[in-house]
Design a protein around this ligand. Structure first.
Ligand SMILES: [Zn+2]
Length: 130
């Protein structure tokens, strides 16, 4: 396969030979989308739309620790604080707070930079507990 048709923007795009493929294969969330492809740009749009309505969201902490990104690398939120704590034997856990462009604050943690972070929306209730 050298090109794929994005199901969202309807553009025919080239499959990348190195690095990421340039597309995602859908179907894991909605079986009716099986074997549909979506380009990284549209995947980022989908991730942002999902995050806007989610209370919990799994994303990635950029390797510089400044940005929360979607899996294709599109920026989702700006990291406002990052703290690393040692856990267990030689393990580390990174705790982050971030703000998405819609003004929503998030907090969460993950194994480190360049890895996933599990985020939770910081709402009125959670603010009281922290
Ligand atoms: Zn697209």
């Amino acid at each position: 396969m050298e090109t794929f048709a994005c199901v969202d923007c309807r553009q025919l795009k080239p499959v990348h030979a190195s690095g990421g493929t340039g597309y995602a294969r859908l179907g894991d969330r909605d079986p009716s989308e099986t074997n549909h492809f979506v380009c990284y740009d549209c995947a980022n749009v989908r991730e942002r739309a999902d995050m806007a309505t989610a209370d919990r969201f799994v994303a990635y902490l950029a390797s510089d620790g400044r940005t929360i990104t979607s899996w294709p690398g599109g920026p989702l939120a700006t990291v406002t604080s990052e703290r690393t704590r040692r856990v267990g034997f030689g393990g580390c856990r990174v705790y982050v707070r971030a703000m998405s462009p819609d003004g929503v604050k998030w907090y969460g943690n993950g194994p480190g930079r360049g890895m996933f972070v599990r985020l939770r929306r910081l709402g009125a209730k959670t603010l009281k507990r922290l």
